[in-house]
Design a protein around this ligand. Sequence first.
Ligand SMILES: [Fe+2]
Ligand SMILES: [Fe+2]
Length: 308
Amino acid sequence: MPLDQTSLLIELEPVVATNLDRHLSLAKEWFPHEYVPWSEGRTFDGLLGGEPYQPTDSTLPDVARTALIVNLLTEDNLPSYHHEIATLFGRDGAWGTWVHRWTAEEGRHGIALRDYLTVTRAVDPVELERARMTHMQAGYTNGHPDEILHSIAYVAFQELATRISHRNTGKATGDPIAEQLLARVAADENLHMVFYRNLLAAAFDLDPNHAMRAVTDVVAAFQMPGANIEGFGRKALSIALAGIYDLRQHRDEVLQPVLRQWNVFGRGDLDGDGEKARDELAAHMEELEQQAARFEEKREARRVRLNR
Ligand SMILES: [Fe+2]
Ligand SMILES: [Fe+2]
């Protein structure tokens, strides 16, 4: 019998407590203001009569600006994410302490990115603010609102996906200051990933078939947390074409390493629906392999065409 949601919360709480302590011992304090080159800033037009934004204010490549906007809008939706996990995990005991700590750390990411972008005039601040209003008003809803294991599996992958995306966005800027900032944010995301990954590893030992089903469902339906940003499809395509976040990275650098940690394909404790879910996952990973290879071929052909 799979454990019900309340039993899962109770059984996993000691694991949350242990991993919370682990997290707090590893997480380094850092300050967003130290990462921003404030002396480069200039007053904008409007109330204070400064200089209007112009695209030539910054030399950042277009695709890096696009990726920075997507990453920032994704971070901006934190109130929705907080609502979703606080509703599911609760605000009591170790679960609650984690929820609030995690939220506080995530809050830093949006602050740091926005300060950097505004001071360096890397993006149009009016467009950015309008995009934030639109995006936050749409909100974010968990794809599996009543399923704790599905939600933990999702965040394990999602934290690693944002880690990779922040890190590669930093590289794509060509600006050592942005790169340093995004590497710092990526380090936070990595610790978040480890927390959720360890939690689901414990769930695998507790209720293997149930955990396996959760993982398969989540991998099959995976969408980035910012997938409902206006114009996301177009933005995600240019981000993939630039190699900042593409299907190959999603499969090989996000899904695979986490699946390997859970020993998904080597476990001897699955049967029934768990075994079926594992077979579905294997087929899906193979399908992703083919899609990733196809995308890489097309991207290479496009590169050759554009360089002719
Ligand atoms: Fe974040
Ligand atoms: Fe995170």
